[in-house]
Design a protein around this ligand. Structure first.
Ligand code: HEM
Length: 449
């Protein structure tokens, strides 16, 4: 079990579910784990009995950087924070962030030169971090500060990279160079975030000019007793939104580029939709309803490569599940990666077929079969934000260029907290005809090809 779990956790989980059934006990030393892959059992853990479970051992390791942020907090405290933060993710608010999403994606495309090679994963990470930074802080974060955040988050990710490989994350108190660098970058990030938060709170008191970003909403939110979030809590929530809100969407876009690069027919259909619906205009939030194929591509990418491929809980009390006794402390392992390969619901499950989403499949599927954003009360708070961002960014990119894969082999995957490609995903920029004209008109100093 250990060899399977450590060596190839995704393949191992898939084999367990297919060969052993809907509930499988994995006797991992020190960390008894039960893998569940039946939608009804998943619903029981995430929704019906959610009060009997807390976040799992691996997720809890993130408290050292996320403090009491929404992803890791529990109980009444979590409930109060979720209630306060929910309005900031209302679809009306997301329409306001949509402009940022398109502006930032266009800026990225402007910097791409025809014929050059780029690492799509690195570019998408950069893009989605800038989007979440601007959505959070508006103009209140400079480019240099955004770079500092990006570097700190990269270090943070590095620290947790091996998390599922070995389950071992060395304590930060050890005097290793990596731990020292980590502590230094986190301290810099804290100073930066707290500085922005304090300045904004003072501006709010002085009733200086109003901002229209997420931080502004979070500062104004209050619970039923009129209490507002402290600066330390705002710091934890900002850190959480940075961490939870950028890599997942970056991966969705990265895998879209990979999947489209291998399927010229789907790519042509996407271009056709964009040319018809947008007719050369810049995409906007009102176009979402009509960009049905674009959305189908996003769904199919989320199905095949769910960025949050593994969701965990820990039983906080003795209980039962599917007729078995579950002891307090047992880790419950749920994997959207497995669920999304259920042949009963997804024929030809390993194949990229965006068309499967065109005839209302998402509404017909039983709950907890397609679950890229989890489920129950702890479902991803940013799911509408993420879907809007993914559709608008993909539309903006594909309207202007093709990204031709340098290597069409499927990427090797690294299943850490998220499902990352191992190494860069290289693609060559090929501007589409319409964009060449537009760029020619705007760029007075085009690079030599
Ligand atoms: C494709 C993109 C995304 C995917 C696949 C994704 C997936 C998930 C999943 C599966 C969970 C639930 C984890 C659990 O139950 O243990 C979650 C929670 C969360 N996500 Fe996302 N997410 C995405 C984008 C975002 C974005 C854009 C934001 C914010 C801007 C965000 C913020 C959060 C937060 C704060 C939580 C914790 C919610 C809570 O526990 O109340 N996510 N996400």
């Amino acid at each position: 079990v250990l060899r399977g779990f450590i060596g190839d956790p995704m393949g191992f989980a898939l084999r367990c579910a297919r060969e052993k059934g809907a509930i499988v006990e994995l006797p991992i030393p020190g960390l008894p784990t039960v893998l569940i892959s039946d939608p009804a059992l998943i619903e029981q853990v995430l929704l019906k009995d959610h009060e009997l479970y807390v976040k799992d051992h691996f997720t809890r390791l993130l408290t050292e950087v996320l403090g009491q942020g929404l992803l890791v907090s529990e109980g009444d405290f979590w409930r109060r924070q979720r209630r306060m933060m929910q309005p900031a993710f209302h679809h009306k608010r997301i329409a306001a962030y949509a402009r940022i999403m398109v502006v930032e994606t266009r800026a990225m495309c402007d910097a791409f030169r025809d014929g050059e090679e780029r690492d799509v994963h690195a570019e998408m990470m950069h893009l989605t971090l800038r989007i979440v930074a601007r959505a959070l802080f508006g103009a209140g974060i400079s480019d240099a500060q955004a770079k500092l955040v990006e570097a700190a988050i990269a270090t943070m990710m590095q620290r947790y990279l091996g998390i599922l490989g070995s389950g071992l994350v060395l304590p930060l108190s050890l005097p290793t160079p990596a731990a020292r660098r980590f502590r230094r970058q986190m301290a810099e990030l804290d100073i930066l975030l707290l500085g922005i938060i304090e300045r904004r709170r003072s501006a709010l008191h002085a009733e200086a000019e109003a901002s229209d970003d997420l931080l502004d909403m979070l500062l104004k939110m209050q619970d039923e007793d009129g209490a507002r979030m402290s600066n330390a809590q705002l710091r934890d929530e900002c850190m959480t939104l940075f961490l939870a809100g950028h890599e997942t969407t970056a991966l969705t876009l990265t895998y879209c580029v990979h999947l489209l690069g291998k399927d010229p027919a789907a790519e042509a259909r996407l271009h056709q939709e964009l040319d018809t619906v947008l007719a050369g205009r810049v995409p906007q939030v009102d176009d979402l309803q009509q960009l049905v194929f674009t959305r189908a591509v996003i769904n199919e990418s989320l199905r095949l490569y769910p960025p949050a491929w593994s969701i965990g809980r820990e039983a906080s009390t003795d209980t039962s599940l599917g007729g078995y006794r579950i002891r307090k402390g047992t880790q419950i392992w749920i994997s959207p990666y497995i669920m999304h390969r259920d042949l009963a619901h997804f024929p030809d499950a390993e194949t990229f077929r965006p068309e499967r989403w065109l005839d209302g499949l998402e509404k017909e599927l039983p709950r907890y079969v397609f679950m890229p954003f989890g489920g129950g009360p702890r479902i991803c708070i940013g799911n509408a934000f993420a879907l809007t961002e993914a559709v608008l960014a993909l539309a903006t990119i594909a309207q202007r260029m093709r990204l031709r894969l340098v290597d069409t082999r499927d990427p090797e995957l690294v299943p850490t907290i998220t499902l990352r490609p191992k190494g860069p995903l290289r693609a060559c920029v090929e501007r589409r005809e319409a964009d060449r004209h537009e760029t020619r008109g705007q760029d007075s100093n085009p690079p030599r090809r």
